[in-house]
Design a binder for this molecule. Structure first.
Ligand SMILES: [Zn+2]
Length: 115
């Protein structure tokens, strides 16, 4: 039985979108929230992945890279969509059996990438 497991994370970061006609052109910050969902069959211990292993992998691959940074130093055009794409690639490179990620830029706005 394929089962999905999700863990939530958060990080603080600043960015500005040079091309934006409105307020996003100005330097500003967000408290991003990230949900990472992996999926798979249960192993002999009855789990898909140990929650603490999932936390460690996402912490190293994503949170340590983005937390308290100026995102424009890391990505040429750090829209929520392109930040999510970068996160997706990093987690795939870390060998996680990814099912979905959701990146919340504000409490009302989120981007989702799924298989
Ligand atoms: Zn913004």
């Amino acid at each position: 039985m394929r089962t999905r497991v999700t863990r939530s994370f958060s990080f603080e970061a600043a960015h500005q979108l040079e091309w934006h006609a409105g307020a996003c052109k100005n330097l500003h910050g967000h408290s991003y929230r990230l949900e990472v969902t992996v999926a798979g069959e249960l192993d002999a211990n009855g789990i898909v992945i140990d929650f603490s292993d999932l936390r460690e992998i996402v912490q190293q691959a994503v949170i340590d890279r983005f937390d308290h940074t100026y995102l424009n130093d890391l990505l040429a055009n750090p829209t929520a969509e392109l930040i999510a794409a970068d996160i997706w690639a990093r987690l795939l490179a870390a060998d996680l059996p990814l099912d979905r990620i959701v990146l919340w830029e504000t409490e009302n706005s989120r981007v989702e990438i799924a298989t």
